[in-house]
Design a binder for this molecule. Sequence first.
Ligand code: DQA
Length: 149
Amino acid sequence: MDKILVLHGPNLNLLGTREPEIYGRTTLADINGMIAARAKEAGIAADFLQSNHEGVLVDALQDAPKKGYAFVILNAAAFTHYSVAIRDAIAAIATPVIEVHLSNIHQREEFRHHSVISPVVMGQIAGFGADSYMAALEVVIRRLAEAKA
Ligand code: DQA
């Protein structure tokens, strides 16, 4: 069975209560539950990791090929905007990574407009709330089906 890793960066554990006017009231458990259900329906196993620590996310990215993940869906949260370590980890692995954001980072403060990881990911989906993750998952489902056709 194909498996994917869903990685959530700092402060995303607070979804539901964190700045709800920006991030909504959906919790991280809700998001993971929706992803798990759709992945299961498509015959894909999904693992989840949230960390507030850059090195933990770097380790998870480095381990993704060894653990046999076909794709990584990554919301690097604030690290998106400045973590060269996370960018380098993505560049170092062959596993395709899809960058997601709940909010439309391009409509927000200037410092959020730039993503240091965008040049090394497959693509970016931003601005659709929890549906950013669901859209990324649909891409994964289609790519995996295409690879088998
Ligand atoms: C975020 C956007 C980032 O700028 C911010 O630091 C986050 C969440 C999003 O999902 O919209 O923590 O990645």
